[in-house]
Write a protein that binds this ligand. Structure first.
Ligand code: ADP
Length: 260
């Protein structure tokens, strides 16, 4: 679904952020991207989002070269305080990008309602973002992405600004909604949902939510290792994190990040 070949980017000041990244992602996969700070994770994501034109290499989504923001792409950033409009209601924040899809008003509102219900915020439609907690605001940002029904969802440190307990809740919410299912509902087969790239600096999180963990080397970033996560579904914050396979993978990713 996503093909990245020979991707390099050098900023105007001469700084080489990524160098020769190769990454292939199947439809429906959730790939975590980790690496030392400043190794080019955000640069990579911005290139995939069509927000940054790479100096070299090729990115294709569904076989089509990325040249500008691809159709069917949604992005969730870390900083929800800057990604939600404070003067719009929660429903209008979620419905806003659907205009770009050319949807009629009734359909926009229906999709916003459904997405907010999916993230457990059905009763906040008429509120403004500043009336909600940080974790709830990030759920609004996730609902906005889901309402768009993206084929490809990019997340850049999406849970980096909330407390540890809320972070775990949001990780579980992401796993629940990725196949279109309801939180708490039955797990879906991998492959029938969105394709997701998740940048995180949290090694445990990368393993807990990922089907694969891709570790980038220190600057300039290139792929150091690409590890498949074979942990049983549904994942559980206590049980999964106690499994020997989880502990082993976490150590492997940790070693790769620290000694690139
Ligand atoms: P990460 O997300 O892994 O922390 P980034 O992609 O944000 O890394 O940044 C990679 C490197 O590129 C860093 O050294 C950063 O300072 C540099 N960088 C990021 N954006 C710019 C920019 N617009 N101009 C110049 N250098 C940049």
């Amino acid at each position: 679904m996503l093909e990245i070949t020979g991707l390099s980017h050098r900023y105007d000041d001469g700084h080489q952020a990524v160098d020769g990244v190769e990454l292939f992602v199947d439809r429906g996969e959730l790939v975590s991207i980790v690496g030392p700070s400043g190794c080019g994770k955000s640069t990579l994501l911005r290139c995939v989002a069509g927000l940054q034109r790479p100096s070299a290499g090729r990115i294709a989504v569904d076989g089509r070269a990325v040249d500008g923001v691809p159709d069917g792409l949604a992005v969730v950033f870390q900083d929800y305080t800057r990604s939600l409009f404070p003067w719009l209601t929660v429903r209008d924040n979620v419905a806003l990008p659907l205009r770009r899809r050319g949807l009629a008003r009734a359909e926009r509102h229906e999709r916003a309602r459904a997405a907010l219900a999916q993230v457990g915020l059905a009763d906040t439609e008429g509120k403004h973002p500043w009336q909600l907690s940080g974790g709830m605001q990030q759920r609004v940002a996730l609902a906005r992405a889901l309402a768009y029904r993206p084929a490809l969802l990019l997340m850049d440190e999406p849970f980096g600004s909330v407390d540890a307990q809320t972070r775990e809740d949001l990780e579980d919410l992401l796993l629940a909604v990725r196949g279109g299912g309801d939180p708490g509902g039955p797990p879906r087969a991998p492959g029938d949902g969105m394709t997701i790239l998740l940048v995180t600096h949290d090694i445990d999180e990368s393993v807990y939510v990922g089907d694969r963990v891709v570790v980038l080397t220190g600057a300039p970033g290139r792929v150091h290792s690409d590890l498949r996560v074979e942990l049983p579904a549904p994942r559980d914050q206590i049980a999964t994190r106690g499994l020997p396979e989880f502990v082993k993978l976490r150590a492997e990713v940790g070693r790769a990040v620290r000694r690139p």
